[in-house]
Design a protein. Structure first.
Length: 180
């Protein structure tokens, strides 16, 4: 083979290797597969070509990098509650999808370890804390986490209240029943 063909073959070999070097595991079909897939995902700095921040501060840096100054200024000028509410279904969905919060990622794992378990709450925490960070306020992650936990608890209680009772039964404890 001449030099040009060798270089071309070498180029395609490297390209093929780099495309498959960080191949994601196949979809999980068992609990062990789910755990193995999760363990793999939380170690990755990129998933499906998308950079995954390692912590909340890295997430702020990435959001700053990905947004233009005008958009950030608009976001900063909103009241915190409005920013969180209005951006949840756009930026929040982008965060949960692209940063792998549903399937597991190093950012999701970091937030879970910090006490925010649900992907929707994780995205909301990032939005609220980023807003505070941009406005030079203390992000007070603990407070955000507590507010989200209280909201989640209240929603669960309201759902339970609305659920119909299918059957109600009184069961006596055999240890407390007198024997004749």
């Amino acid at each position: 083979m001449n030099g040009k063909k060798v270089r071309l073959v070498y180029f395609f070999a490297i390209l093929t290797f780099s495309l498959f070097a960080q191949e994601e595991p196949t979809p999980a079909s068992s609990a062990a597969d789910i755990k193995r897939n999760y363990e793999w995902r939380i170690q990755q700095s990129k998933i499906s070509g998308q950079y995954i921040p390692k912590d909340i501060f890295d997430a702020f840096n990435e959001l700053n990098r990905l947004t233009d100054a005008e958009s950030r200024q608009k976001f900063m000028s909103m009241a915190e509650n409005d920013a969180a509410r209005k951006l949840y279904f756009s930026l929040g969905r982008w965060i949960t999808t692209n940063w792998g919060l549903y399937e597991g990622s190093r950012l999701g794992h970091y937030l879970r370890e910090a006490g925010v378990s649900f992907p929707e709450d994780q995205a909301m925490a990032i939005i609220v804390c980023w807003h505070r960070s941009l406005n030079k306020k203390d992000i007070n992650f603990k407070q955000v986490k507590e507010i989200l936990a209280a909201r989640r608890k209240k929603e669960r209680e309201e759902r339970l209240k609305k659920m119909p009772v299918i059957k109600e039964e009184v069961i006596k404890n055999p240890a407390t029943v007198k024997k004749n």
